[in-house]
Write a protein that binds this ligand. Structure first.
Ligand code: ADP
Length: 382
């Protein structure tokens, strides 16, 4: 069998009509760069986010046409959608399939039931969430994951913040995952296995994923990845408590959720919404972390309470969930995580790593103590 080339695939895709049956998907600029791995071909087609269902025949036609090419063993085609006003994806990276099985597309209930089943090999899945963006949720996720690994746990991190995946940058990973059959091999950094949509699309690609696309992308990143045996999979959730987050928490068999908040009232109001969201879908709250708790001046070491202090602890007490600990606002935390060397890994003997370690220990204790390990919560539908 001869090796298929990008040119052959593109030529073939020129026979597939665009969404309005005008022009073809290649000339309309809808097709991403083509990834070829042996006989496997993977690419994306950009479509309006509200037309994915209607355009499913177009996706299938493209998939079929490419599969029939000489040298192709499988073709995986994924729909991506642009944010209104955004440009076509400039991604030069490969993109993997995020298409749920047809039965699941037709029957949301079937999809729900499938997706909330436990993931073989993974004992506990823990969501790290925040009511709003910018409170340090991703920074906390990576440092928590690394701290858990340092405590001897087998750990993975799934970057479910598909609107703004930051794990490649935070973990300092520039490679791309390899595809083995339909299964992606996760990358590894600082002793933690990592999967992120950011490995598959550029960080600044103006892309928005909606409804079924979000769920299918998430499902694939969770279930079609060779995680191996994990004690804990940390899921960095997208910020906020909207429909996407709610659906995601229903579609992942979560053992529990950790809420990250800054101390000031406004962030706490949002954190409360996060708490309520998880409660609504019967996901146990493992506790609240107060991030950016006190500011410690890197020059003189003086403490100041820029965003107040202790608000999250008070809130945790008020709503009856554990308070897991506080992380100061410190330049070294920002510099290290934004530089790809999270502080829990780069300064393992420092005070910040100790704070994350203590939080990680509390998470392990609550997972084990409360018997959450390996248990998929019952999901309620509204
Ligand atoms: P989110 O995921 O909630 O949007 P990020 O984790 O991306 O937030 O953090 C936002 C910014 O704040 C990043 O630049 C990060 O380095 C910084 N940051 C987060 N936590 C701390 C902290 N405790 N001290 C200093 N900077 C922090």
């Amino acid at each position: 069998m001869s090796q298929v080339t990008t040119e052959t695939v593109i030529e073939c895709l020129k026979t597939i009509k665009g969404p309005d049956l005008e022009g073809d998907i290649v000339s309309l600029g809808l097709v991403s760069p083509i990834m070829i791995d042996g006989g496997k071909v993977i690419f994306t087609i950009t479509v309006p986010s509200d037309q994915t269902e209607k355009l499913e025949p177009m996706r299938l036609a493209a998939q079929k046409a490419v599969t029939e090419l000489d040298g192709v063993t499988s073709a995986t085609v994924i729909f991506t959608a642009e944010r209104a006003g955004g440009s076509a994806p400039s991604s030069q990276r490969p993109t993997a399939s995020a298409t749920p099985p047809p039965s699941a597309q037709r029957n949301p209930a079937a999809r729900q039931a499938n997706n909330s089943a436990p993931v073989p090999g993974i004992k506990s899945i823990v969501a790290v969430a925040s009511g709003k963006g910018g409170v340090g949720k991703s920074t906390t996720s990576v440092n928590l994951a690394i701290a858990l690994a340092k405590l001897g746990q087998k750990v993975g991190i799934l970057d479910a913040d598909i609107y703004g995946p930051s794990m490649p940058r935070l973990m300092g990973i520039t490679d791309q995952p390899t595809v083995n059959g339909k299964i992606l091999t996760p990358l590894e950094g600082h002793g933690v296995k990592v999967m992120s949509m950011g490995f598959l699309v550029e960080e600044d690609t103006p892309m928005i994923w909606r409804g079924p696309m979000v769920i299918s992308a998430l499902t694939q990143m969770l279930r079609e990845v060779a995680w191996g045996d994990l004690d804990v999979l940390v899921v960095d959730m997208p910020p906020g408590t909207g429909d996407a987050q709610l659906t995601m928490s229903q579609n992942v068999p979560l053992a529990g959720a950790v809420i990250v908040s800054t101390p000031q009232d406004i962030a706490l109001i949002d954190a409360r919404k996060g708490l309520n969201m998880f409660r609504k879908v019967d996901v146990p709250i493992l506790g609240i972390i107060e991030n950016m708790s006190t500011f410690i001046c890197p020059k003189c070491g003086e403490r100041s309470e820029i965003f107040g202090h202790g608000g999250a602890r008070d809130e945790a007490e008020k709503v009856g969930v554990p308070f897991l600990g506080e992380i100061p606002l410190h330049m070294d935390i920002r510099k290290n995580s934004d530089g790809g060397t999270p502080i829990a890994a780069s300064e393992p003997d420092g005070p910040h790593a100790a704070a994350y370690a203590s939080i990680a220990q509390s998470v392990i204790d609550s997972l084990q103590g409360a018997g959450f390990e390996g248990v998929a919560p019952s999901i309620t539908f509204e």
